[in-house]
Design a binder for this molecule. Structure first.
Ligand code: NAD
Ligand code: UFG
Length: 341
């Protein structure tokens, strides 16, 4: 059984990806310090897959901890690297926390990959590296700019670190997946998104409002240059997104990659406004959502959605789930964790 190391594997996207790797017959080795996830996620994964991932509660910024895990699993065929901090707002308040965790973590992993036989990397990047693109949809060739937030900048710098490292080490290969906006939960409702504290992101805020944890959703601005005035994003189902990682690892294992660092947009290719998300939620949950229009959120861009042609043609990957299905999965998960289903 081929083995993959998954950093951040108890997190939101990581846990869904562990499930897809287990389903595809891989053995999964999770490294997560649980700074933004819960140990119970492992039981959810086991319920879905009837198999357990190997789990290490370790911090990837601690090189000696990583060293031991790589020694023990030097036969792993790839690293899938999710472990990072991800709050845009917090990164503006505390940039060094973000630069330390998100950059030191990657540097440590690359050091260990250089010294061991683990030579394939799949990296979690973000569409934030494009900022507000001039042309939409955004392709992988669109200019990468310095993102507004330190968090976004760590993604840009991480891609540069990987590129520079690959130039000096002829064996490491990487696929960087630039995610658009991941939403939804596993259809089993055994795993999903579990934001600690008040959610920053739209969909968890909506489901927490509907379940009664928050009073009202604020819609940040309805004066954008979009058909209904609210901002547009490309919302990608988390299970569809997770599947892209298995395809990426297989591509590297089969040596089908054309460059040693390949970049792919992972989105649906459809732009959806905040009001369209609210309408979809109201339809699938059969209830009205309490919301009000407020001012724009500082730092938000107006609109972005992906050109997914490259991922569709070269990876043979395509988003499959509809927006309604995905939003329903998030709602089922919210009800389940609050014991209201
Ligand atoms: P998440 O916070 O749910 O998962 C990240 C996991 O990494 C958590 O379980 C956390 O405990 C762990 N972690 C953080 N720092 C660590 C460290 N130093 N050592 C060990 N474990 C550590 O986040 P997510 O939404 O699943 O995001 C996963 C990756 O995808 C991140 O790199 C994120 O930047 C990237 N990404 C996320 C989004 C999004 O909207 N969710 C969009 C684009 C890119
Ligand atoms: N929004 C609201 N009200 C809320 C939360 C969000 O109206 O309470 C709006 C935002 O203004 C935005 C849209 O919903 O127009 C989506 O917002 P999210 O916070 O869910 O997502 P973002 O696009 O702002 O950010 C996400 C990730 C970041 C990543 C970025 C890349 O959270 O980590 O995508 O574009 F950097």
């Amino acid at each position: 059984m081929e083995k993959v190391i998954i950093t951040g594997g108890t997190g939101y996207i990581g846990s869904h990806t562990v499930v897809e790797f287990l389903n595809a017959g891989f053995e999964t080795i999770i490294i997560d310090n649980l700074v933004n996830s819960k140990i119970e996620v492992l039981s959810g994964i086991e319920k879905i897959c009837k198999r357990k991932p190997v789990f290490y509660q370790e911090d990837i910024t601690d090189i000696s901890a990583i060293q031991k895990i790589f020694e023990e699993h030097k036969d792993a065929v790839a690293v899938i690297h999710f472990a990072a901090y991800k709050s845009v707002g917090e990164s503006v308040e505390n940039p060094l926390k973000y630069y330390h965790n998100n950059i030191q973590g990657l540097v440590n992993l690359l050091r260990k990959m250089q010294n061991t036989g683990v030579k394939n990397l799949v990296f979690s990047s973000s569409c934030t590296v494009y900022g507000q693109p001039e042309k939409l949809p955004v392709t992988e060739k669109s200019p990468v700019i310095k993102p507004e937030s330190p968090y976004g900048n760590t993604k840009k710098i991480n891609e540069e670190i990987i590129e520079d490292t690959i130039k000096t080490n002829s064996e490491i290969n990487c696929i960087s997946l630039r995610y658009f906006n991941p939403i939804g939960a596993h259809p089993s409702a055994e795993i999903g998104e579990f934001p600690l504290g008040v959610p920053d992101n739209l969909l968890p805020y909506i489901t927490q409002t509907a379940i009664g944890l928050r009073e009202k959703l604020s819609v940040f601005g309805n004066d954008y240059n979009t058909p209904d005035g609210t901002a547009i994003r490309d919302y990608i189902n988390v299970v569809d997104l997770a599947k892209a990682h298995v395809i990426a690892v297989n591509r590297l294992l089969e040596k089908k990659n054309k460059d040693r660092l390949e970049v792919f947009n992972i989105g649906t290719g459809e732009g959806v406004s905040v009001m369209e998300v609210i309408r979809s939620f109201e339809k699938v949950s059969n209830q009205k959502l309490n919301y009000k229009i407020t001012g724009r959120r500082p730092g938000d861009i107006e609109k972005v959605w992906a050109d997914t042609t490259k991922a569709n043609k070269i990876l043979g990957w395509k988003a499959e789930k509809t927006l309604d299905e995905t939003i329903l999965s998030a709602w089922e998960w919210e009800k389940k964790i609050r014991n209201k289903s």
